[in-house]
Write a new protein. Structure first.
Length: 290
């Protein structure tokens, strides 16, 4: 179990912001921190990993204290069992794939983990190539593998897939779930992609102005349990078109575009770019804004 009670004055676009966070994350869960940019999500991850020091508070993981301002406890980042994956990959350009992974090895650590991770991430044929020759998806698999070299208990993912195209994001979402389960991790994700959050997360914490304002399972958080429909998918509205007395809503779900019939009252609440739930109940389509 991870328990965070953190206080930190942060600088934001609107000036100073007081982060006052109190949350508990169950061991083995896949959790998402959700909210607007500048709400304090990345700062929370940085404080957990030891890259940013809180002004006051406490961090305990599995009963071990990582930070306690009153007792003057502050474990260094390398003492915390955390793997951190950034949006921009942060790979060493002068090192090949294998060398990037080997750089993360601890002193006297068995290097058999390198071979295991290269095989699991399907990077064996790429291990002697430099990052500049890799695609975005390949670079992210290298970054994920490097984060796992020291066999962390916690995997932190700060918008790791946001720079990738839709097809690659969907593929790597599956890979993230495989990594989470295989290595029995507690995984903490920052993401703005509702479909991604629903697909990956056990629970969601919404942070606003440095405070948790809402939390719950992904399904409850986004209202997916409001309908008893058998088939439910999340997607993004691409087009809203009126035809006589009805509206046709075009929704992007994965790589496919589906068209849903909507009445005027329902359509009036929707906008292009909205994230929606599309469901089927008794053969009638249901479209619901998330």
């Amino acid at each position: 179990m991870i328990q965070l009670n953190l206080h930190k004055t942060l600088s934001s676009t609107g000036g100073k912001m007081a982060l006052d966070l109190d949350l508990t994350i169950e061991k083995g869960h896949f959790v998402t921190l959700f909210g607007e940019s500048g709400a304090g999500k990345t700062s929370t991850l940085r404080m957990l990993s030891g890259l940013l020091k809180p002004d006051s508070g406490m961090i305990t993981v599995g009963g071990t204290t990582w930070f306690d301002s009153r007792s003057n406890i502050d474990l260094k980042p390398q003492q915390r069992k955390v793997g951190y994956v950034f949006q921009d990959y942060a790979l060493f350009p002068n090192m090949n794939v294998r060398q990037n992974l080997e750089y993360a090895l601890q002193k006297n650590q068995d290097n058999s983990i390198i071979r295991e991770l290269l095989e699991f991430a399907e990077l064996e044929e790429l291990q002697h190539r430099k990052p500049e020759t890799l695609s975005g998806g390949q670079k992210q698999r290298v970054a994920l593998s490097r984060a796992l070299v020291q066999r962390p208990e916690i995997l932190i993912l700060d918008e790791p897939l946001s720079a990738l195209d839709l097809k690659m994001r969907i593929k790597l979402q599956e890979y993230l779930l495989q990594v989470h389960k295989k290595y029995k991790l507690t995984t903490i994700l920052v993401s703005h992609d509702i479909g991604e959050i629903v697909k990956l997360s056990d629970s969601v914490f919404e942070i606003q102005n440095g405070r948790v304002i809402k939390n719950g399972t992904a399904a409850d958080f986004f209202g997916l349990n409001k309908t008893s429909a058998k088939f439910r998918f999340s997607g993004e509205i691409l087009k809203i078109q009126r035809e006589d007395v009805i509206y046709i809503i075009s929704v992007l779900i994965g790589n496919d575009i589906i068209r849903v019939v909507s009445d005027p009252k329902e359509a009036a609440l929707l906008r292009i770019g909205d994230q929606v739930l599309v469901a089927s109940k008794a053969f009638n389509p249901i479209i619901q804004k998330l």
